[in-house]
Design a protein around this ligand. Structure first.
Ligand code: SAM
Length: 247
């Protein structure tokens, strides 16, 4: 392809991703709204509805939200559970976590949400620790995706659920072209305007292109040991939610 970042090596990939999110942390949510036209909120709400965290405190229920950034998913889960659920937000990037920690404290969720720095490829938790594992717009950034999926499987309890929200393959004629034009032109332009540097956003758009489509990604999830793997498209496949169970 024509992008300099396209041939970047595995090790450098993480460094590039880290750089993007350090720079954008304080304006991350604004960027999300601008780049998705606010749609990321609807997709995230739909993800959390699918998860349906329990509303009663019969026993402790805990979710691990990987690549959880500023705590968007964890906050929704805790609020939707009526304060019953607990969440651990894991992210490799301290700047994103700092924004999330501040926000959780202000929203009164300091006890319900814990923020931990770590890598999706080597989760710092014992086997069978969590009732659910969520990852939203994060797995695409991880250099070794099969390894991250195996880790997800390892830390889930039996009966635990895996949910992954990610950009995917648009399956609506015409929308695919509009979307391509938007992502290749508008996204780097918005990045340039808000952060002063459009190049990292070219890299992010490129990473969406390279990410496996719905069916192939479902296969990767199965290969990591998950069962009953399904997916659902949002907005014509701009995003997709994959689900799997550790049985
Ligand atoms: N889940 C949040 C959301 O939907 O708003 C944040 C998504 S943001 C697009 C991607 C996040 O993945 C960033 O916060 C980044 O630091 C994190 N990330 C990238 N590589 C990672 C890795 N190897 N392990 C854990 N987190 C990682």
């Amino acid at each position: 392809t024509s992008f300099g970042f396209a041939t970047v090596a595995q090790g450098e990939k993480q460094a590039l991703v880290d750089d993007v999110f350090h720079k954008v942390a304080s304006r991350y949510d604004l960027m999300n709204d601008l780049m998705s036209g606010g749609m990321h909120r609807l997709w995230k709400d739909a993800m959390v509805s699918t998860l349906a965290p329990p509303r009663s405190a019969v026993r402790p229920w805990i979710v691990l939200d990987v690549a959880g950034g500023t705590g968007d998913i964890a906050t929704r889960i805790v609020e939707r559970s009526g304060g019953t659920a607990k969440a651990v937000v894991l992210d490799i990037n301290g700047s994103m976590l700092a924004v999330g920690r501040d926000r959780a404290a202000k929203a009164g969720h300091a006890d319900a949400i814990r923020f931990t720095q770590g890598n999706a490829e080597t989760l710092p938790f014992p086997d069978r620790s969590f009732d659910a594992y969520t990852i939203a717009f994060g797995i695409r950034n991880v250099p070794d995706i099969p390894r991250a999926l195996r880790e997800a499987h390892r830390v889930l309890k039996r009966g635990g659920r895996f949910l992954c929200l990610e950009f995917s393959e648009v399956d609506v004629p015409m929308l695919d072209r509009v979307y391509d034009a938007f992502s290749f032109n508008a996204i780097p332009a918005i990045g340039q305007a808000v952060t002063g540097d459009g190049e990292p956003y070219r890299y992010l758009v490129e990473s969406i292109r390279k990410f496996p489509n719905q069916a192939r990604f479902a296969e990767m999830i199965r290969e990591a040991g998950f069962e009953r793997v399904t997916w659902r498209n949002y907005s014509g496949g701009i995003a997709a939610l994959h689900s799997g169970w550790k049985l």
